[in-house]
Design a protein around this ligand. Sequence first.
Ligand code: FEO
Ligand code: CA
Ligand code: CA
Ligand code: CA
Length: 612
Amino acid sequence: VPMKPGKGGHLSFDAIEPVSRSVDTVSVPDGYDWNAIIRWGDPLFKNTPAFDASKQSARKQAEQFGYNCDYLDIIVDKYSGRTGVLVANHEYTNEDMMFDAAWFQANKDEARKIAMNAHGFSVVEVKRKKNDKKWSYVQGGERNRRITASTEFLVDGPAAGSDLLKTAADPTGTKVLGTLNNCAGGTTPWGTVLSGEENFDQYFRGKGTAQEARYGIGTGATDRGWEDIDPRFGLHNDGYENEANRFGWVVEIDPQDPTSTPVKHTNLGRFKHEGANVRIAKNGKVVAYSGDDSRFEYLYKFVSKNTYSKHDRKHNMGLLSEGDLYVAKFEGNSPASEIDGSGTVPSDGAFDGMGTWLPLVKNGESKVDGMSIDEVLVYSRLAADKVGATKLDRPEDVEPSPVSGKVYVALTNNTDRGKDGKEGATEVSPRVRNRDGHVLEITEAGNDATAAKFTWNILLVAGDPNVNGSTYFSGYPADKVSPISCPDNLAFDSKGNLWISTDGAPGTIGYSDALHKVTLTGKDRGRVEQFLAVPTGAETCGPLIHDKDNSVFVAVQHPGEGGSFASPTSLFPDFVKNAADAGKGQFYGPRPSVVQVFKEDSKPGKGKGRNK
Ligand code: FEO
Ligand code: CA
Ligand code: CA
Ligand code: CA
């Protein structure tokens, strides 16, 4: 369907048609082009050699851009507009695509160490020339840093030092090596980066406790086999029973200081955090929203005890260390008989209702019967079960709009809803076997981020309207939107339009994963317009909208997933046709990369375009 250009910021574009999953490139609108800024393996430090897959080592990987970049920000330096830091986290590794199979079998220990070093974060300086819109990274930049599975983190908040966090290697329960499976995140108003430790269960071999089971930790050998080279990944090893309790947190890093110790914040609870995003409330308290990305899990919010101070960065860096933790309960306002599981809008015209933030921790005390504050924070899923929170369809990114204050929640999908005795449809989760997901819009009472009550409505019920009758776009005509499935990461442009990236569309609607702009206000509310598509096998992550600068950035995660080192299914972004042709710093096969999409005929603006 041809569509007219949208209105957001300076980034006007004609929506692209959905892209076949066999198209192995970044597809962008007419008048736009793209460029990979940094790729897996690119050298970060002065003496780091150019990437060569045949000579890869753990030592080199610790000095290279990591694998599977997910959260992304480019924090432009004040005044210059032409320098800054790019921050990306590295969620996980695809060993099948990183290593030659025979080499892997013969060098398993080294391969595991490489994988450990390909996790974590990269902080890397970026620059651009005067009047040039294209950013490039700076090898050897002063702020360049790698954080890996071995970097020391400080644990803070009420559960720091708890017996539940102590191990043989760390009897203090306050020092953890590494961060794992960092998915989405958020940049704070004081310029630090938050990131969620998501599917940490896969790194641990469990002992078989009920708490482990509630977090998905099994007792068998893990696929990654890290427990074979480091006893802390085997919870059955004496002294390491608690190691998994030291993951599943929101971490905070300071990208301006490469010598700073990153922090794990226990006050935000422990679960499979997708990410965390912050809003400053009217009274100055800082509120952080976070989703637990598993089927039938919950939405949480943290409210700081202390207030934000515009000119005291050090003080602000302690705000997430002390405060109250809540979990959301949703109630619909339509009769249950009108929620039939098909996703058909009830007769009052909306999926909507009221909600309550149920306290888990308040004023430094547990509000959950039979659980200490340490237990509530370390086993937050169990605490939320006890207070009767609402089970949602995999809450991914949760992001307050910097323009309106409304909070958006991407519910990516839940094919188990209504299946085999599992919970069925409710007004807030109105589709059984919810394959395509939906997006919630939450309004805090009085637009006060610290409020105990809220109202909510569903902004869109995703899918391809051409083949799926149960889509909904806040009343916008379904024949005039781009198909969208599996919403995951959220971002805003400076005008307050919502941008949604997807994870899983190839398996549901059959098109490549995408980035869409959604208009939230006016007569076009609910209009979904596709901006780009990622290469074969990839997921669109970390969207970053610098609309005043005519640029959009995405992390292209796991391109070619499902293929192998010998038989890659994606060649993005080097597009080398065979191994023998790979030149210096190139790779025959896919490389997760950060991509800048820019308007060809435009001049650069003054850096970022977002309201902060
Ligand atoms: Fe790592 Fe929830 O996506
Ligand atoms: Ca994600
Ligand atoms: Ca209703
Ligand atoms: Ca996802």
